[in-house]
Design a binder for this molecule. Sequence first.
Ligand code: SF4
Length: 243
Amino acid sequence: MTDNVFTADFDEIDRLINSCTLCSLGSKRTTAVPGNGSRTAELMFIGEGPGYYEDQQGLPFVGRAGQLLNEMLGAIGMRREDVFVTNMIKCRAPNNRDPLPIEIRSCGPYLDRQIELVSPKVIVTLGRYSTAKFFPDEPIGKLRGTPANWNGIIVYPLYHPAAALRNSTIRASLERDFLKLPSLLEATTPTAAPVQPPPSEPQTAQLGLLDAPPSQSADRPSEDSAAEPQDEPPSDQKQLGLF
Ligand code: SF4
């Protein structure tokens, strides 16, 4: 056993998170939500933070947004247990507000270690907060649906399923982007040749809809913060021309 997050294994990470009080959310949660799924997954999903049901059950994406995620995985022939799912912050924020920069920074080492341990081939960022972790200097409206290289891992920013539940245009975009995942996973290297032509996007997808807070969901019904995450920028960012 270790208390060092940088050398912790999966079980130790879960234990550290479940006892964590590094930020104020630790005293407000019902249950921490470390994340779950295949520890050898090629595909990893990173959302924003636990909602009500996640906080109750200690599991990520178990509400309506999670059901949609499961449906979309099914559409590409994958099961939830094939992938690893986690969030930027591991404890629910009061009233489902957006996570604060200090909370994201405090929780960051857990996520970093999870990424290191899972070592996925593709990371799907769901919504603006997890996307900003990898590409803090890029407007998110330009990033959605465009895979990019981050330290040798393909990062693929998508809308948050919770946003898709509220907006049919976002849902259509998300479902369309999801269908590209098998091709991304088949790409043997981050610099692989193009695997699919780009879909034609409705104009509404370029109008800032991605910026709709991912916390606006049935799982996380209230949101009013404009807080922005301030993670350290990655050392190796490169847009890929996969689509
Ligand atoms: S959100 Fe993260 S840093 Fe904050 S108490 Fe929970 S596990 Fe610890």
